[in-house]
Design a protein around this ligand. Structure first.
Ligand code: V47
Length: 372
């Protein structure tokens, strides 16, 4: 294709991309440093279409956040609260099960469950929560707990990560979401999330989950104190782990939302940087199947454009969202299935509803089936 590359530094990378050669750490740096966003988009779209054709995935899911009480007190976060904060909340088990059933416009195929590190809720409580959800909603996939929560349960219960994961898996956890990775750079973590597990511990927890046969997603939080080296390093580390385990399903770049956080002086990310992060991820993470443009975080407008910049997934209906809304997001908390279809179709893409593990879901008037 005759695309003009304004930034000549990208030409050797273009050759690699066109012939399917893996990009290096230095290539990732060059990609992050360029302003030639159309060249980035061309290359990322080429890879995206090679892997997924015209298909764009979405799902019908519901987020559940059982508590916002959190002992970690990360500067990046506006969601976590101290237990004594009158604005904090903790659901009872009955409330979690009841919330799961609220606001269904259509049959949901996934519950996305994450929460704060609550000092008084033990592993047994979370196992009961999972078992209760499975009893009530047996067909729904439980994508639950970030690597950070897993690490906290292990520390709290004085158990190994492996044993915690086994207990949760046996209680009904089907896979894990990608949150809490932030950026692996210890220099940055010391400032934005100093009480959280280290980057190496995050990766080790993911490795253990994958070894147990559990799939997970992965993320990178950008647009705060990280530099291009930190971003490139983060992607290359995820890619190296994926070479070993093949357990990551989807990568989601997460734009930092500063409002109501201890880092509220930091400017919000721009649409330019958001698209760049999607495209670079698609180009560097050659072994992670899916790149998600999470519409809650990007806004539906940028997420739609991202479908032409390397993303092949737009996430789902969500229903109720707290983490980004506590940090100043002004987009809606939920999106109807019909609206997701419209956004995807108007980007010239073919929408495919998926379950958490990307099996197509076929709907009829009254029911749905997962096509295996
Ligand atoms: O773990 C917290 C991040 C994550 C802020 O796996 C913040 O399919 C920006 O991981 N500004 C939660 N980011 C979201 C997440 C996610 C979302 C959608 C789909 C999936 C998936 C995962 O959001 C947290 C943290 O890394 N976060 N505070 C903030 N102020």
């Amino acid at each position: 294709m005759n695309v003009h590359f304004e930034d000549r530094r990208l030409l050797p990378i273009r050759e690699k991309v066109e012939s399917g050669v893996r990009l290096s750490y230095e290539d990732a740096l060059t990609l992050y440093r360029t302003n030639d966003v159309l060249a980035l988009g061309y290359m990322a779209n080429l890879v995206r279409e090679r892997m997924h054709g015209n298909v764009t995935y979405f799902n019908v899911n519901r987020h559940i956040n059982p508590t916002d009480v959190c002992v970690a007190n990360c500067r990046l976060c506006a969601f976590g609260k101290q237990k004594r904060d009158p604005n904090s909340y903790t659901m009872s088990l009955e409330q979690v099960w009841e919330t799961a059933g609220k606001g269904w416009s259509e049959q949901i195929t996934e519950f996305h469950i994450v929460g704060g590190l609550h000092p008084e809720l033990n592993l047994d409580w979370f196992c009961q929560m999972l078992r209760g959800l499975k009893e009530r909603y047996p067909q729904i996939h439980l994508k639950a707990f970030t690597m950070v929560e897993i690490g906290y349960f292990a520390r709290r219960e004085k158990m190994s990560i492996r044993d915690v994961l086994i207990r949760l898996r046996d209680a009904g956890m089907d896979s894990l979401p990608g949150g809490g990775a932030e950026v692996f750079s210890e220099r940055v973590r010391r400032i934005i999330c100093d009480h959280k597990l280290s980057g190496d511990e995050w990766l080790e927890t993911a490795r253990t989950a994958h070894e147990l046969g559990l799939h997970s997603n992965c993320t990178m939080l950008y647009g705060h104190l990280e530099n291009e080296e930190d971003r490139a390093d983060h992607l290359v580390k995820l890619r190296a782990l994926q070479d070993e385990t093949h357990g990551f399903v989807t990568f989601i770049p997460l734009a930092f939302h500063p409002d109501n956080t201890a880092l509220s002086h930091i400017a919000k990310t721009t649409g330019f940087d958001d698209l760049k992060n999607i495209a670079v991820a698609r180009l560097v993470l050659d072994n992670i199947p899916h790149i998600k443009a999470y519409w809650v975080m990007l806004s539906p407008r940028i997420a739609q454009i991202a479908l032409r910049f390397g993303a092949n997934d737009i996430d789902g209906t969500v229903v109720e969202e707290k983490i980004y809304h506590d940090a100043g997001s002004t987009v809606s908390q939920s999106m109807k299935r019909t609206e997701l279809l419209r956004l995807i179709r108007l980007a010239g893409r073919e929408p495919v509803e998926r379950d958490t593990l990307y099996r197509p879901v076929q709907r009829t008037e009254s029911a749905f089936t997962v096509l295996v």
